[in-house]
Ligand binder design. Sequence first.
Ligand SMILES: *[C@@H]1O[C@H](CO)[C@@H](O)[C@H](O)[C@H]1NC(C)=O
Ligand SMILES: *[C@@H]1O[C@H](CO)[C@@H](O)[C@H](O)[C@H]1NC(C)=O
Ligand SMILES: *[C@@H]1O[C@H](CO)[C@@H](O)[C@H](O)[C@H]1NC(C)=O
Length: 412
Amino acid sequence: MLLVAALAPLVVLATTVVADPNAIPNSPISISLPITKQINLTGTFHPSQRDQNRWMNLLTGGQASTSEITEVPLTYSIIAYSANIGVGDPPTYYSLTVDTGSANTWVGANKPYSKTKTSVKTDDFLNVPYGTASVNGTEYEETVTIAPGVAIRQSIGVASNSFGIYPFDGILGIGPKYLTLDTLFPDNTSIIPTVTDNLYGQGKIEQNLVAVSFEPTASEPVIDGELTFGSTDSTKYTGDITYFPITKTLPSGRFWGVDASFIYGNAQGKKAPVTILDTTAGVIDTGTNQIGLGTDAYNRYVDATGAVYDENTGLLRITPAQYENLQSLFFGIGGRTYELNANAQIWPRTLGVPGGEKDSIYLVVFDLGSIISLDLGFIAGQPFLERYYSVFDTGNSRVGFATTPFTYADIN
Ligand SMILES: *[C@@H]1O[C@H](CO)[C@@H](O)[C@H](O)[C@H]1NC(C)=O
Ligand SMILES: *[C@@H]1O[C@H](CO)[C@@H](O)[C@H](O)[C@H]1NC(C)=O
Ligand SMILES: *[C@@H]1O[C@H](CO)[C@@H](O)[C@H](O)[C@H]1NC(C)=O
């Protein structure tokens, strides 16, 4: 049941359209580009195992031994958001997975890299183990086109070997740039600015930030998202954006990490709310398919919902009657509360779950695993980001959230 990457027609300039790409200097603008959600549930590893392996490897720089990982990865079921980015002049467009959990941008996994006159090979090799994927290859200086008329010079990797990326051509890494430390060889101390950093540094955007608009969807593939570099897109959210500082607690603070809590229970409900997780550092991540909780918090969520772990799918399962009673899960941060209603906590029923039963309902909360003994409380992945507009603000070291027309949508 797959989904194909509709090559999204690039573009849309949110504020000013710069008609002449040679006009120098460009006046700073914001740049929006569409992103496509693709779902491939045919892999033998289900999304929880994928998400768990992803984080074990991201946290250890790929050093997690295979005995700590469920099994050696073969193929993964995957839900990913991708954007089309041009490389070279004239540009070749590549479909790249949008990843806030890593910061290297690279191409060539599927569609081969085409060199043009803008291509400058460096002396460095690239090696990034993502756990659910990996790449090694050569680092190039290139001209990268983010939207028509908006090109930057950018250090990118070109894959020699990669796995786990198909059908995408590579990754658009928009995590904090320090995550690129130790990904190049021999120059392993260099830090590679991300496309966001370079858009800002090269005068193309007015603020060093990227905003993400995702939507919940029960069909596939669909162009339903938007990345906006340089400012936020007020057509994609409601109310105000509230910002929270990046946590100082490691390892979360190396990523888009914040201090937050989880409470289960409806204030209007009959039962008293249950604290699932006291305020703890965790990570906001576009590349995680579900919502991960540390084992103790996960167990409290299981108790509170009455869900059972389903071996066939690796997901928590509830009955339709339990779904009727499912209370909201509240993500609490800096005195604000972001509600995930019952519908936001379940796997989209029309998509089906690999290995799942028709009449069962599956939850999107998974166990980060006791193997992640590091101080990592949670990963707020796609189910959270599909309900709340998010802003990854490098310039001010903060993350922002706002409600959207989909925050309470009954779509799953
Ligand atoms: C879906 O994933 C499977 C397993 O990873 C892979 O073999 C297959 O080629 C993928 N299909 C598409 C259309 O991407
Ligand atoms: C690159 O990846 C291939 C395939 O996984 C591996 O055999 C090779 O040793 C890697 N090379 C480097 C320099 O890491
Ligand atoms: C670079 O590699 C050397 C040798 O392997 C290692 O000792 C050092 O910690 C690495 N530097 C960084 C920043 O990872």
